[in-house]
Design a protein. Structure first.
Length: 199
């Protein structure tokens, strides 16, 4: 402790003596003797600022931006996680892209067979790209009863894999009671570019 006190006293005496000398020189010669040392000191401070503070300020700004982005992500993570879960559930309802050539035709014929419906005609499959998905449709013509048609459509639209009736044109058969002629468009969606699909 005495050593520290002695050091403090020595430094205090040194700076007091230096301050007194500066005042004496300034009183005798004015600011002229201090111009060069002040210029050197200012230049040194400027160089230190450029070398140390400027890069530090840039890092602080970058880290502040990262922190802000992290905060935004944290604030909306629950919404993102919920949306991701829902998207995964929807994608599981899509058929696989590798099956796009026969899946829709198979679903139409297999469900129609269950309800005792036979096709009058089946149009060629049409495909259109929408973002990362492929919309596939077929138009079919059938002649059947109201009851069979209603059960068939219910079966189609309750499929665990996405299959929808997107257009229907229905006319009564004038020669047979309770019988209708139907033109119907069935559509499904296939994921493209590696998006998940399920069965």
């Amino acid at each position: 402790m005495p050593v520290i006190m002695a050091l403090v006293n020595t430094m205090t005496a040194f700076f007091k003596d230096m301050y007194d000398n500066i005042l004496i020189i300034y009183a005798e010669k004015g600011i002229e003797p201090f111009k060069k040392p002040l210029l050197i000191a200012f230049s040194a401070v400027l160089v230190l600022y450029v070398l140390m503070y400027a890069p530090l300020a840039s890092k602080v700004r970058i880290n502040a931006d990262r922190l802000e982005k992290s905060q935004i992500i944290a604030d909306h993570y629950a919404d993102y996680d919920d949306a991701r879960t829902k998207l995964a559930a929807y994608q599981k309802r899509l058929p696989l892209l590798r099956d796009k050539d026969e899946w829709l035709n198979y679903m139409m014929t297999s469900t129609a067979k269950v309800h005792g419906i036979s096709f009058d005609s089946i149009a060629a499959q049409t495909e259109s790209e929408i973002g990362n998905f492929l919309l596939v449709s077929r138009v079919v013509s059938v002649t059947t009863t109201y009851v069979k048609f209603g059960k068939w459509v219910a079966d189609i639209e309750n499929s665990p894999i996405l299959l929808k009736v997107t257009d229907v044109n229905l006319k009564k058969d004038g020669s047979r009671t309770g019988v209708v002629r139907i033109n119907m468009k069935l559509s499904t969606v296939f994921p493209r570019f590696g998006a998940a699909g399920g069965r």
